[in-house]
Ligand binder design. Structure first.
Ligand code: NAG
Ligand code: NAG
Ligand code: NAG
Length: 397
């Protein structure tokens, strides 16, 4: 009976998808849809501490998104089965309970397909209507969790979510961290609940600058930093986190710049490491434009550095015309003042530095607000002579 119901609905779904011109057509004979719903329903059943398991009634909507990362958004309906949660059976082995006494439910879930591994439930909301009427809602969210929180009961989720958010709000790291693994979790009933949970949290590819919150695009960095955190939370009878404390320590992983050679990291605009790169950029800019006066760097807006074979900097800055003319000054010097009425340029520079080869190259692109962009230019410095002071040393901001 159950099997028939599922097959029937699948063929119906297929038709509706082709008609509605969905971005990706779902083939319901594709086992994946069923597996995704199976994972979601098991998640729901696992979250119940007592009562009967729920059994799939029908799948009403399926949307598949993504190419590399495949997500299924599903809506499905469930009915109370006749085997208890603790029976050890899976829902497929249960029958529906007598209709008049059975609770029913409607669930909405997002499930990620992790290739060759499993289906991981990212979010799920179920509205359960008991046979007597009242509606009970259960919710499961796994924001940014890289692995499903399978080892702990669902009521730990809000505490963990809070803990991860707290960590990301307060850490000095440039990148967001996501849950890696829960190690210990315990709960104590007081007037309300005390939770204590210890978990590993791992650096992701999402920089705080670009990502306010963890999303599924935030991938764990294999060599990134792993921290171990222990959170203590008191959840009051109204289910609010009334007090919270967190202790974390770095467990493993290289410093980010070492651990992720391919990843640019944000560095402070006034970082002393930028000195040579800035000097080079402004020299380059002055060499390549035909202005009568030298420009100097007024404000550094932001900068990133990236470990490659050497170091790569990306810098955004504003340059302003000075009162030093190229004709009467051999080069830009510290004493060259900004001409308040002079021209202003908004620039970006890509600078590549290989210290052990005395090599530095920069590409500077500037735009005069309201004017045509200047021609981008590539400038290659000659290696410094051993012992000689770089001529540009005393320039720049
Ligand atoms: C659950 O109920 C709420 C409020 O009635 C509704 O907005 C939501 O769509 C329902 N969810 C499901 C999965 O049916
Ligand atoms: C983290 O910061 C956001 C934005 O400032 C804030 O809304 C949120 O409550 C903070 N969360 C925690 C757990 O500190
Ligand atoms: C600067 O002048 C030279 C020669 O007059 C010319 O070839 C070059 O295109 C000019 N550069 C810019 C950025 O205008």
């Amino acid at each position: 009976m159950k099997l028939l119901a599922i097959l029937f609905l699948c063929s119906r779904l297929l038709t509706s998808f082709t008609q509605e011109d969905q971005p990706q057509e779902i083939d319901c004979n594709d086992e994946d849809v069923f597996k995704a719903v199976d994972a979601a329903l098991k998640k729901h059943n696992d979250g119940s501490k007592s009562g009967n398991q729920f059994v799939l009634y029908r799948i009403t909507e399926v949307t598949k998104t993504g190419d590399q990362e495949i997500f299924y958004s599903v809506k499905y309906e469930i009915k109370e089965g006749d085997c208890p949660v603790q029976s050890g059976k899976t829902w497929q082995d249960c029958d529906y309970k007598e209709a008049e006494q059975a609770a029913t439910g409607a669930c909405m879930a997002t499930i990620e397909k992790i290739p060759n591994v499993e289906f991981s439930v990212a979010t799920q909301t179920c509205n359960i209507t008991s046979a007597k009427g009242p509606v009970v809602t259960s919710q499961y969210d796994c924001y940014g969790c890289l692995h499903p929180i399978r080892t702990v009961p669902p009521d730990f989720d809000p505490v963990l979510r809070h803990g991860i958010e707290h960590f990301n709000n307060h850490t000095g790291h440039s990148h967001l961290f996501a849950l890696k693994e829960v190690k210990r979790a315990q709960r104590q009933v007081v007037s309300g609940w005390n939770y204590e949970v210890t978990y590993l949290i791992q650096q992701t590819s999402c920089s705080k600058e670009n990502f306010k919150f963890l999303t599924r695009h935030c991938k764990a960095l294999a060599n990134g930093v792993t921290d171990e955190c222990t959170d203590l939370a008191y959840v009051d009878p109204q289910l609010r986190i009334a007090s919270f404390s967190q202790k974390c320590q770095i467990l493993s992983g290289e410093d980010f710049t070492m651990g992720c050679p391919g990843c640019p990291i944000e560095i402070p605009a006034n970082s002393p490491n930028l000195k040579d790169a800035l000097t080079h950029s402004i020299t380059n800019l002055n060499a390549e434009n035909n202005a009568t006066f030298y420009f100097k760097i007024d404000i550094v807006h932001r900068a990133t550095s990236q470990v490659v074979a050497g170091m790569k900097y990306f810098i955004e800055f504003t340059a302003r015309e000075t009162t030093c003319s190229k004709e009467s000054n051999k080069e830009l010097t510290e004493s060259c003042e900004i001409n308040k009425h002079g021209e202003m340029l908004r620039c970006t520079a890509d600078v590549y530095v290989v210290p052990w080869e005395n090599k530095i190259e920069s590409t500077v692109k500037c735009q005069s607000p309201g004017k045509k962009p200047l021609r981008p230019c590539m400038y290659k410095a000659r290696p410094r002579e051993a012992g000689a002071e770089p001529t540009s040393e005393n320039m720049a901001s």
